[in-house]
Design a protein around this ligand. Sequence first.
Ligand SMILES: C[S@@+](CC[C@H](N)C(=O)[O-])C[C@H]1O[C@@H](n2cnc3c(N)ncnc32)[C@H](O)[C@@H]1O
Length: 299
Amino acid sequence: MTTTASQEAFLRAFHAERPAVTAEAFGRGRAPDGRSSYEIVCDRVAGSRRVLDLGCGDGLLLEFLAQAEGRRLAGVDLSPHSLDLARRRTSLSGTRLVRGRAQELPFADDSFDACVSHMALMLMGDLEHVAAEVARVLTPGGVLSCVVGGGAVGGEAYERFLALLRSTIGKAPASKRIPVLGDRRARDREGLDEVLGPAGFTAADWQTVPIDLSGPVEQVWATVSGLYDLGPFDETVVEELREAFFTEVRDLTTSRGQVPCAFKIHLVTARLRQPPCSPAASPAARQGDDAVSSAPATD
Ligand SMILES: C[S@@+](CC[C@H](N)C(=O)[O-])C[C@H]1O[C@@H](n2cnc3c(N)ncnc32)[C@H](O)[C@@H]1O
């Protein structure tokens, strides 16, 4: 199996067990302005009518997008189990929900005004193919707006969980380690520009936003234990990690029983460049002799 194929097989198997894990965690997360990361990316494409969600999972972002009247929506995902959940959302009855790969999008050229993706781009291999496919299905001038993970904020429960997780992974046999997922360039401004630029996109606009995922310890555990790395662990190992986590965050817990937990996201937006106008098609050429010509006088 190629690397990308084994990554995708892992993702499909993981989401067969946990088809809505991301929405369960991030659906209740809040940025400093009170919006969820789903609402933030949805607002980025407010003026777009035809929108594709890449790696749509169980369809929570599409549900936010469907609140605007007259939109034509589509979602694509590797996971049939996540798509089954998306199909149960009544607001998505008119949405095309397709099982497929972002590297081989099952849509015609120029089908969409915007493409969104929430916590999925950084999991995708063959990133050049993803960029080329998104550019192909977007209309010139179309928008790509993605949320990619940015790691722990620091000084809170997620950072402590990651330290415990690293130690657990360090002691685990190789068979319990997950494949390296995606392409690191998707998490980095220069790296992503390097991929998106040749596909025809403008340099991406990056905004880093902390997402507050604080709550009672059980809820915070449910959030952090949704990470892919825990997928292959036996129940006993997960239980040991859980106990260690509860002990580790005890001193962080407020008098109201809240455990501070936060995660950074990067909100990345780029636009597909318009092709340069050919002289025959330019407005000046079409207006005839009266139009001011920018062509050389000898032409
Ligand atoms: C972390 S989940 C996020 C799901 C959803 N966007 C959300 O935020 O709730 C990542 C999703 O991307 C999908 N995915 C990953 N690589 C993909 C690819 N190459 N093509 C299509 N979907 C992919 C996975 O199947 C999974 O549903």
